[in-house]
Design a protein around this ligand. Sequence first.
Ligand code: G3H
Ligand code: 13P
Ligand code: ZN
Length: 313
Amino acid sequence: MPLVSTKDMFAKAYEGGYAIGAFNVNNMEIIQGITKAASEVNSPLILQVSAGARKYASHTYLMKLVEAALEENDLPIALHLDHGDSFELCKSVIDGGFTSVMIDGSHLPYEENIALTAKVVEYAHSRNPVVTVEAELGRLEGVEDDIVVSAEEASYTKPEQVEDFVKRTGCDSLAIAIGTSHGAYKFKPGQKPQLRFDILEDIEKRLPGFPIVLHGASSVIPEFVQKINQYGGDMPDAIGIPEEMLRQAASMAVCKINIDSDLRLAMTGTIREYFHNNPGHFDPRQYLGPAREAIAAMVKRKIVNVLGSDNKA
Ligand code: G3H
Ligand code: 13P
Ligand code: ZN
């Protein structure tokens, strides 16, 4: 099946009270691990590429790897640009075959965010087939590409802005800030993880049927943090979003849940463990193979236990 946009995926996810996992990809093993998991449990999938990933692996390599994944797995897969920061970048990936883009104007003043988002929507929606556009209102704390957003700079989405924003931009989905954040250190040590479900509920009422996106939604799975620390790493008090909160969000208007840090932790924890147990090995297949398996097992667990998108392909 060819790449699809997120349109139908989100309509079904909204109706069905589940969410689609949007997993960040950078190389072959990550793509293979994620698509193997989705295939085993028959789940639709979003593979997303950041500007940094595109710089690292190149557009052409990533396209070809995703094409190979499509050939080997009969699943609805959307290829999405994560945190696009300009019209030019969005246009370039759309022209290069992506089926969905995020234009992230969340750092801009409100009117400028609207103008930039509307320009991307106009271009994306003029394509045949139509490319879907995710926008963002409100600002998450954490690290995106090379930009660090401090707690002071971060801000919750203002529900009273969402109808106007969606109407004037024509965007297809909206990323909101309700307390999630990018990276592995989402909450301070001793702090109880909390999300502003009251804001999500308010937005859901104002935009009935409209798909909402959660960034910064890794759970920072303790098993992998422990492995990293046990085998020579040093990750102090890494705390993520509890799975039951993600399940609650997925049962509400949240149709897309973004995961990158959990993939990084699974891969790094597994490779550290491998080298601890096999210090003399140096064939990359020997340690990248188990890392790919760890990603597949983790993604499969997430699809079934958290996202609820299994058997929805
Ligand atoms: O939100 C950012 C994603 O985790 C992508 O990270 O820009 O380092 O590839 P990256
Ligand atoms: P995490 O850092 O929580 O995995 O978030 C990833 C993300 O939001 C990518 O856009
Ligand atoms: Zn993000």
